[in-house]
Design a protein around this ligand. Structure first.
Ligand code: NAD
Length: 339
């Protein structure tokens, strides 16, 4: 297939581009390059791509494309808090605009990177399936809910939107993010010897390895239309529904000599949910999330050692909010986050 992959120079996109190429797809990227230089280890081989802002995409770019995989976004809660307005203009309006353009030029499948954060404060110990109430608690999560709703309205006989609600990702990608829970805890332990949990450790977090996300999207391209048309799927596996304290326990094991410190300084966290992943396994019989958090912690610790992660890069280059704040203040991106 000819696939347009937005966000191909991000954390997930860099791994996904490789996965899609291995599957034989003809991949073109689209990214404004906000984090193109945020690389740990050898530089990745990017597919051919457009250096463009999602807000400026024109229909020509989508002509001849069979499927769009849409990852580009301000990708977490702190970025959303930086500017709710920008979050809605990029994550919501520009995403829906991209989907409309895609539908109008005859793209048949549109895979959307949503998030399990849409369940937000749904809380409790019950496993949440895709029909559970959506209770987003941040502009980031709210932007994802709005896009989901509008994509479903665009579905028709020729256009198949699919909503992939990814659990929080973990694992090594050459374009690292250190601001997601496991990557962060392993980095902190590697650099300081402490596994520092700022909450009380009780919130549930579903996690999924970046390679398993890439596998899920690749399988969604091939799935029969009737199995996936206009449906939402949680992406992950039940074995990786863990409390933050449970995640931290795996980190202590993976980083020799580190010790656990639960400070509780940020108090209770309303974002807590456990997720049911049976629907995606039923729709994609070959798919299951292979990576455990335990194995991911070991993989990250090895990568940080091998590539010499530094404290400065951990705090800035690999922390999306800090990196953008620095680039804004040095004038290499505008206030609207255009390079
Ligand atoms: N990483 C996770 O834990 C996770 C979990 C659930 C969902 N997701 C979703 O998956 C997607 C990818 O996440 P990620 O972790 O790779 O994030 P990331 O920040 O590493 O990558 C996002 C990419 O989008 C690009 N981008 C941002 N604004 C743009 C714009 N206006 N125009 C063009 N490109 C723009 C950035 O340059 C970057 O390369 C996001 O939509 C995110 O919300 C991620």
């Amino acid at each position: 297939m000819r696939v347009l992959l937005t966000g191909h120079q991000g954390y997930l996109g860099t791994v996904m581009a490789g996965r899609l190429a291995t599957a034989g797809h003809d991949v073109t990227g689209l990214d404004s390059g906000l984090f193109a230089g945020c690389v740990l280890g050898p530089p990745p081989a990017d597919p051919p791509g457009h250096r463009a802002d999602l807000r400026d995409v024109r229909a020509e770019l989508l002509e001849g494309v069979d499927a769009v995989i849409h990852l580009a976004a301000l990708s977490n809660d702190p970025l959303g808090a930086l500017s709710p307005e920008l979050t809605y203009s990029i994550n919501h309006h520009a995403s829906v605009r991209l989907a409309r353009l895609a539908r109008d030029v005859g793209v048949r499948r549109f895979l959307y990177a949503s998030t399990c954060s849409v369940y937000g404060a749904s809380g409790g110990d019950d496993l949440l399936g895709e029909d559970a109430p959506l209770r987003p608690v941040t502009p980031y999560a709210e932007s994802k809910v709005r896009v989901e709703d509008e994509l479903l309205e665009l579905a028709d006989d020729d256009f198949t939107p699919v909503l992939l609600r990814n659990a929080t990702a973990f694992g090594f990608s050459p374009r690292l993010r250190a601001d997601i829970v496991l990557n962060n805890l392993v980095g902190h332990a590697h650099l300081t010897g402490e596994v520092r949990v700022l909450s009380d450790g009780t919130p549930w977090r579903p996690l999924v390895h970046v390679a398993d996300i890439a596998d899920a999207f690749a399988a969604m391209l091939d799935a029969p239309r009737e199995a996936v048309h206009a449906r939402a799927f949680n992406v992950g596996g039940e074995q990786n529904n863990l409390t933050v304290a449970g995640i931290a326990g795996h980190v202590v094991e993976a980083v020799p000599g580190s010790r656990l410190l639960i400070t509780g300084e940020t108090g209770a966290d309303p974002r807590s949910y456990r997720v049911d992943f049976s629907r995606i396994r039923q729709a994609l019989p070959g798919f299951h999330a292979r990576w455990t958090v335990k194995a991911g912690a070991v993989e990250l610790a090895e990568a940080y050692r091998t590539y010499g992660l530094t404290q400065a890069d951990f705090r800035e280059r690999f922390t999306r909010l800090a990196w953008l704040a620095e680039r804004r203040s040095s004038g290499t991106v505008t206030a609207e986050l255009r390079p």
